[in-house]
Design a protein around this ligand. Structure first.
Ligand code: GAL
Length: 341
């Protein structure tokens, strides 16, 4: 009798367990797996490939699924791709806007579908944006100008700006002129050339730099370029005019080619932005947004419509003195890639 009772008990237990393992998870359990849509402007520059991979890795480590689309600098395509991500039913949309103004439409469409939007690295203007995660981009410009004015306190400056459609390009430039303006007013520095670079294209930056040299009879003393891709074009033009290594050049992004130029002395400095920290922070915050959890943003940035809750990380100035302690130590670049042949 006792054995029969214990056998029945076992049967009962097993049937309970069996139910446990094969139960079809209900709708909310499935929904636990957060689905993030990542709408990128371009994968042209070295950094965006890194952002894409690091963000995906970080988000997947947090259990989220990520769908990524890149619009190759095409505004209309970026909006269509964002609509596709919305239709896919993403829980949160992360956007690197090509055009700060045009992408406001994406925020409106996402909100109509009950989806929150984070702008990644670049700000979306004039929209009810939910979160902005980036670096202190004005600081980037200040670091560039501080490094170059130390070497060239007086003289003729060329400013190769970024894409006018990119809010960051305006912040970088504001930072540069925060430092240059007092010296301009004192008459020590003259900015003899100052142009945006359409779509951040190196070929456009090359044309800008060539016009700058030609328009000033090759008499220039310093170049500040908004990123390393445009700085690379500036050094190519300087080489063509036999001025390579003689004119200090500032860049941004710590691209491998730029760090090698710094080591060999044909570029003075770059501004390193630890993208792994940005991507990890953004992935964590995106998951929180999807779960309607408090993101704890400690800053506010005015995007022309609202004070956007923001997280701004610190950039790092890199020159010949601290290449090893910064980009090598962080594993951003390998020692041999930078110092090797
Ligand atoms: C900026 C970004 C820079 C730079 C540039 C070109 O918005 O902050 O790191 O690479 O875009 O894509």
């Amino acid at each position: 009798m006792k054995r029969l009772m214990s056998y029945l008990l076992l049967l009962l237990l097993l049937s309970g367990c069996a139910k446990e393992t094969t139960a079809v998870p209900n709708k909310t359990e499935v929904k636990e797996r957060i689905h993030i849509g990542f709408s990128m402007d371009t994968l042209e520059e070295e950094r965006w490939l890194r952002d894409r991979d690091l963000f995906k890795e970080s988000a997947e480590r947090l259990g989220a699924k990520v769908t990524i689309m890149a619009a190759s600098g095409d505004d209309a395509l970026q909006i269509v791709q964002a609509e596709q991500l919305i239709q896919l039913g993403v829980d949160v949309l992360v956007v690197v806007p090509h055009n700060a103004e045009a992408t406001a439409a994406i925020v409106a469409k996402a909100h109509d579908a009950g989806i929150k939007v984070m702008s990644y690295d670049r700000l979306i203007k004039n929209a009810d944006l939910d979160l902005y995660v980036s670096f202190d981009n004005e600081k980037v410009g200040e670091m560039q100008a501080e490094a170059i004015t130390k070497l060239v306190p007086k003289g003729k400056y060329v400013y190769i700006g970024g894409a006018e459609t990119d809010n960051n390009a305006h912040l970088f430039k504001k930072g540069v002129f925060n430092v240059l303006q007092p010296l301009i007013e004192k008459g020590d520095i003259t900015v003899v050339y100052d142009q945006w670079t359409k779509n951040w294209l190196p070929s456009n930056a090359f044309e800008n730099m060539r016009s700058a040299i030609e328009a000033n009879n090759r008499e220039i003393d310093a170049v500040i370029a908004a990123n390393d891709a445009t700085a690379g074009s500036a050094t190519k033009v300087l080489a063509a005019y036999g001025l390579l290594g003689e004119i200090p050049v500032a860049g941004q992004d710590a691209e491998l080619a730029a760090v090698r130029r710094i080591v060999e002395g044909t570029q003075t400095m770059t501004v390193y932005k630890p993208i792994n920290i940005l991507a990890e922070a953004a992935a964590e915050l995106a998951v929180k947004m999807a779960r309607d959890e408090d993101v704890g943003a400690d800053r506010k940035v005015n995007n022309g419509k609202i004070q956007v809750p923001s997280v701004l990380l610190s950039p790092i100035a890199v020159d010949q003195e601290n290449v090893v302690e910064t980009v090598i130590a962080d594993g951003f670049h390998d020692y041999d890639d930078v110092f090797g042949d």
